[in-house]
Design a protein around this ligand. Structure first.
Ligand code: MG
Length: 404
């Protein structure tokens, strides 16, 4: 039997936002790593691992992944919160890594083997204006990408007005405010320009970041129908998912949703009701590989695809965990690209390779990725790591917060 002898956490990236979990065992040289990164509540996740979960699982049989997952899941009585799920995911991924190393197989082989040659990845194109955006899309096309997300200025699709344009109340003059109608106008014009310049060939997506009022989300999905999107992402906030039924009744624009989901009851009705087309849960926010392989199986049964969330703040370990699920799942649709600097990847030997619009695993046993702790430590800038981060606080003209 392989026993868990302890759990360590390693903080890295220059801003300290990546948290890698290392599960140690009583077998010489055998350990596993997992991702427990949370950009906003990093210390809370680390504290749960160190003070609550490490004492719970130390001494247990490392091979009993399912049992350990179930045990941690209810260990705090309340469950399905983002902090516990992230902490749980870090340990869960590490246990799969250990099992794969013991078997001498990559994790996707343990899950049943590969059913694709590689993982289709989608790119993030952006630009300050339409001309820049079209150039960026063309650059990604030249690199081989088939699916490309189109946004203005990284985060958004437009819809921001100056205080003067928006007519804010007296004494209230923020730099910019969010306006639903301006957003709709901008995004429709963006897709008109993209299709005129690029034709119908590139598969294009757009991420709304949940900013719209639900009735405007329905309008946007309907008005975008002629532009033939690969998917429209997060058109509704998680609190308003019942509106997907109306969207479905009114148009055939494919829907992607789920990066904010932490509770299975959030995605289950959308999948079983066939109300979305791509489920975009972040593997670490759902609690790791153990729950996500079940999620993928449910998606397969209902004809829904997975598009595990990656993008900006994810780490290279969460990326490969999602890829092992992708390689094994027939329901895999596409995976989001990440943005890693070369020196960041050097700290993770065996990291995934992204080329020609496809992601490739290292092929090594377990997750196939390791952490070079000296390099990981060298990445960390203690000054930057002290800065607190909060999700963007966009507001409407009257000062009301827009939920991200
Ligand atoms: Mg998104």
């Amino acid at each position: 039997m392989t026993r868990i002898t302890g759990i360590r956490t390693i903080r890295t990236r220059s801003d300290g936002s990546w948290l890698i979990v290392k599960v140690l065992t009583d077998q010489p040289g055998l350990y596993g790593i997992g991702s427990a990164s949370d950009y906003y509540q990093r210390e809370a996740v680390e504290a749960v691992i160190t003070h609550n979960l490490a004492p719970l699982v130390t001494g247990r049989d490392a091979s009993a992944i399912e049992d350990i997952w179930q045990s941690i899941y209810t260990s705090g009585y309340w469950r399905n919160g983002s902090i516990l799920n992230t902490a749980l995911a870090g340990i869960d991924m590490a246990l799969w890594d250990i099992k794969g190393k013991e078997a001498g197989m990559p994790v996707y082989q343990l899950l049943g083997g590969a059913c694709h040659q590689a993982v289709l990845a989608y790119a993030h194109a952006g630009g300050r204006d339409t001309a820049e955006l079209i150039d960026d899309v063309r650059r990604y096309q030249a690199e081989g990408y088939q699916v490309i997300r189109c946004q203005y200025a990284q985060y958004g699709g437009g819809g921001f007005l100056s205080s003067a344009q928006a007519r804010t109340p007296r004494g209230y003059a923020p730099k910019q405010v969010f306006d639903d109608e301006a957003y709709l106008e901008k995004v429709l014009a963006m897709f008109e320009a993209l299709r005129t310049a690029l034709g119908n060939q590139p598969k294009l997506t757009h991420d709304v970041h949940e900013h719209l009022r639900p009735q405007n989300a329905v309008r946007l999905a309907k008005l975008l129908e002629p532009y033939n999107l690969f998917f429209l992402e997060d058109v509704l906030p998680p609190e308003q998912i019942a509106w997907f039924e109306l969207i479905r009744q009114q148009c055939a624009t494919p829907q992607a949703m789920g990066e904010l989901f932490v509770n299975p009851q959030e995605w289950l009705p959308l999948v079983t009701g066939r109300l979305i087309d791509y489920l975009r849960v972040r593997v670490s926010k759902a609690g790791g590989i153990t729950p996500c392989r079940k999620l993928a199986a449910i998606c397969e049964a209902f004809g829904v695809h997975t598009a595990w969330q990656e993008g900006g703040d994810n780490d290279p370990v969460n990326q490969v965990a999602a890829m092992h699920l992708d390689m094994n799942s027939w329901a895999m649709g596409v995976q989001e690209e990440n943005h890693f600097a070369p020196q960041e990847l050097e700290a993770f030997p065996g990291h995934a390779e992204l080329t020609g619009g496809y992601l490739y695993l290292s092929g090594k046993p377990g997750l196939g990725i390791d952490i070079d702790e000296a390099r990981a430590e060298a990445l960390l800038d203690p000054e930057r790591a002290r800065i607190r981060h909060f999700a963007a606080e966009d507001r409407r003209a009257d000062g009301t917060i827009v939920r991200p």
